[in-house]
Design a protein around this ligand. Structure first.
Ligand code: COA
Length: 328
């Protein structure tokens, strides 16, 4: 197995900002409640007609430029998303056409919710490691504003839209790039965070749509507890597996769901908050886009230097969780 390196990253956030005060005009909430419970101040909302694939393409173009790679070189394209433009075909096929990725590329979607980017990274690294793929484009992109129940204050304050991407290639030398990942799934808890209708087991009806059962439903408190435990386990397991101490991690890029979840992980790992990249205040939870958006912002802000070891750690509907170690 050859190892994999990240050649470049890119991200995109729609222009429209929805603040906590804006939300307080439509549901019974307040800036103070949202900030103290979640750390979120504002989130981005896609423009009317702006799709998940549009946002994915913006982020991908920036990652390709950063990597110095032409779309014609891509032979593997994975879009991690729970909000594809259409139920069929895959969002990755639409992104392929918009970017001009060749017809010989394998293009598919991956649904691991908020863990989607970490799952895509491990998948692409394994496919590159097989020696059969040489340039992978992996994207996390979400238009969660399309599946949020805007009348449900317990969920609508949490989510936002955006995209992030990375270009991967076989590593030219040892010691740099993707080191490994640890993925996990708690399928017995699937009903804690899900969309009740609109799938093949329960197609939407006029009544279910009126009841907004095609939107996200969540038992927040239970999810919070499982998120902290699973992210802590995922982080610990990968560090132990690779004989890395927490203090050797230069920067953690955690899934940006809730500042309190990130603070709890920081406490459990005994790693100060200045080693965690946080942008949940500006974007809320963008699911599969969250980690690549944070990773790209961290790189562009100079928070990741050559030789640094970074830890990605995620949690999401499924329930899924995962961690990955990358040396830059
Ligand atoms: N504004 C004001 N009040 C709200 C509110 C809002 N937006 N949302 C819920 N409330 C109310 C509830 O109705 C409830 O009221 P009640 O006690 O009268 O029934 C109360 O606030 C709940 O408060 P609390 O139990 O303190 O909430 P919490 O500390 O559990 O925080 C979440 C709620 C959703 C922020 C928290 O549980 C969470 O972040 N969970 C994880 C969610 C997540 O990250 N999901 C994605 C994982 S990828």
């Amino acid at each position: 197995m050859s190892s994999t390196v990240i050649l470049g990253t890119g991200s995109y956030a729609p222009e429209r900002i929805l603040t906590n005060d804006d939300l307080a005009h439509t549901v019974e909430t307040s800036d103070e409640w949202i900030r103290t419970r979640t750390g979120i101040r504002e989130r981005r909302i896609a423009a009317p007609g702006e799709s998940t694939s549009d946002m994915a393409v913006h982020a991908a173009r920036r990652a390709l430029v950063d990597a110095g790679v032409n779309p014609a070189e891509i032979d593997l394209l994975i879009v991690a998303t729970i909000t594809p433009d259409l139920p069929m075909p895959a969002c990755a096929c639409l992104v392929q056409a918009k970017l001009g990725v060749p017809s010989t590329a394998a293009c598919f979607d991956l649904n691991a919710a908020c863990s989607g980017f970490v799952f895509a990274l491990d998948t692409a690294a394994a496919m590159i490691g097989s020696g059969r793929y040489r340039r992978a484009l992996i994207i996390g992109a979400e238009k969660l504003s399309a599946i949020v129940d805007w009348q449900d204050r317990t969920t609508c304050v949490l989510f936002g839209d955006g995209a992030g991407a990375a270009v991967l290639a076989p590593s030219p030398g040892a010691g740099r790039g993707f080191i490994g990942a640890q993925l996990g799934t708690l399928g017995e808890s699937a009903d804690l965070l899900f969309i009740p209708r609109g799938g093949s087991s329960a197609p939407s009806t006029a009544e279910s749509i009126a009841a907004r059962d095609h939107c996200i439903r969540m038992k927040g408190k239970e999810v919070f507890k499982l998120a902290v435990r699973a992210m802590d386990d995922a982080a610990r397991e990968i560090l132990e597996h690779h004989h890395v101490r927490p203090d050797q991690i230069a920067l953690v890029i955690p899934h940006q769901a809730n500042l309190r979840i990130i603070e709890a992980i920081s406490e459990y790992l005994e790693l100060p908050m200045d080693r965690f990249f946080v942008n949940v205040d500006r974007y809320g939870n963008t699911s599969a886009a969250s980690i690549p958006l944070a990773l790209d912002e961290a790189r562009r802000a100079g928070r990741i230097r050559p030789g640094d070891l970074t830890l990605l750690v995620s949690f999401g509907a499924g329930l899924t969780y995962g961690s990955a170690l990358v040396r830059w």
